[in-house]
Design a protein. Structure first.
Length: 433
């Protein structure tokens, strides 16, 4: 039996958790998922066996929902909702369906995928968008990461950035910092202490009194160019295709530290330093990109939750810039010959609508984006739906959304991670589904 016909017959049953936290499957009901305001049965092609490295969550103050095929109605279960946080490389096609109690506390900053059980395994509403194993650690013993971080700290004892990244790897479990400790893939280079946005889902800063926890404490110093370059040099010594990325979860907006970054990049390149130097950014300051490109930057990845200014501003809450500056930044970066990615923060039922597709097509046509990284927006779903204006058209589904973008822009790449670029700034992608 082929993989697709196999999948077309799968009808997972919904999960719920009892007071002891035991996860159970309902014997008769079917899995429901949430797409924006809609509750729907997942389309078969939008289901994936739960990938290794994913986690299941019990959602307090939220009751699980299932679908009764006899009545054609949703049914509220006597148990807590259970959601999946999928491993990196996968994008959610549907969110966990539940009913919240009045006054339920907001959920922490994760993405809550719909997950059910069938044929002896868990199935999640998600699609693999990148085959790169960069953030898979299941087969790596924790001691190897500890030993790697320890070696960095012994070799560069006075480097404050190494100390910061050591904590990120060992205390906060940051995948980018763990890779640095292992001397592989993409090296994180957090630099900026401040930001000119106030994203509702920022993991390194929340306003006073916010009930959303900060999970990656923000860097409290600006590293010197020498401290940054010491890390680049050493990482390039162990990874044959090194990627260096400014703009991490544990910092503010790197464009606000553009001068320091440009000095570090120039210094590294002046020594003949190789590899792809990338900037993850909110793209707020178009004039900052040219000096960085001249210094030796290769690529930028600009994050946004929507190509529509009202949705963008509702989530980013920008200070001193607006969505049109982000467009100008993307245009400028492309004209300078940089490889340009969007970190498109996907939310089923809000992103995959006709009106958003139209706006995104317009943005891509105007700016010439090279790659869309389809990542999950990590936020309490109900909080986000209260924040942005309601969708005007139904969800077309992640798969159709991506297909229609591909039809409009045949050269556009899709993925999840920043690619390594060759000397002509061409990416090498593993075979993508
Ligand atoms: S742009 Fe980044 S650092 Fe700034 S508020 Fe948003 S998530 Fe946080």
């Amino acid at each position: 039996m082929s993989k697709s016909s196999n999948r077309s017959q799968v009808r997972p049953r919904p999960l719920y958790a009892d007071e002891e936290g035991r996860i159970l499957e309902h014997p008769d009901l079917q899995l429901l998922c949430r797409k924006g305001d809609e509750m729907a049965l997942p389309r078969p092609q939008e289901l994936t066996p739960l990938p290794e490295g994913s986690d299941l969550f019990l959602l307090p103050q939220r009751r699980a929902l299932g679908f009764d095929p006899e009545t054609g109605e949703p049914v509220c279960l006597d148990g807590y909702a259970v959601a999946a946080f999928v491993c990196p490389g996968y994008t959610l096609t549907g969110l966990c369906a539940y009913v919240s109690e009045d006054e339920a506390e907001p959920l922490p900053l994760f993405a809550y995928g719909a997950v059910g059980f069938a044929r002896g395994r868990f199935w999640v509403c998600a699609k693999q968008v990148d085959r790169n194993p960069r953030q898979q650690f299941g087969h790596i013993p924790a001691e190897r990461i500890e030993q790697g971080a320890g070696k960095w700290l012994r070799e560069l004892p006075d480097n404050r950035l190494v100390q910061h990244l050591g904590r990120c790897a060992l205390t906060h479990g940051c995948p980018a910092a763990k890779n640095l400790a292992l001397g592989r893939f993409e090296a994180p280079l957090p630099t900026s202490r401040s930001c000119n946005a106030a994203c509702v889902g920022c993991i390194s800063w929340q306003p006073e009194g916010s009930c959303i926890p900060v999970t990656q404490p923000r860097i409290e110093f600006t590293p010197s160019p020498e401290e940054i370059v010491a890390i680049m040099r050493r990482h390039a010594g162990s990874e044959p295709q090194p990627i260096f990325s400014f703009g991490q979860g544990c910092e503010g907006e790197p464009l606000l530290a553009a001068e320091t970054i440009a000095r570090a990049v120039r210094l590294y390149r002046s020594e003949g330093g190789k590899g792809t130097i990338n900037l993850n950014t909110n793209g707020s300051l178009p004039s900052a990109v040219s000096p960085l490109a001249r210094a030796g930057l290769d690529s930028v990845r600009v994050s946004l939750n929507s190509a529509r200014p009202d949705r963008y501003s509702a989530y980013y809450r920008p200070r001193g810039y607006c969505a049109s500056d982000v467009r100008a930044f993307l245009r400028e970066a492309g004209q300078l010959g940089l490889y340009v990615s969007l970190n498109y923060l996907f939310f089923p039922g809000v992103s995959d609508t006709e009106e958003e597709l139209e706006a995104l097509r317009d943005l891509i046509a105007e700016t010439g984006v090279d790659l869309i990284q389809m990542r999950n927006l990590n936020i309490d779903p109900e909080l986000y739906l209260d924040l942005v204006p309601p969708p005007q058209t139904p969800s077309m589904g992640l798969i159709n959304f991506r297909k229609r973008l591909r039809q409009s822009f045949p050269g556009l790449e899709f993925g999840y991670f920043n690619p390594f670029l060759d000397s002509e700034r061409k990416p090498g992608f593993p075979d993508q589904s």
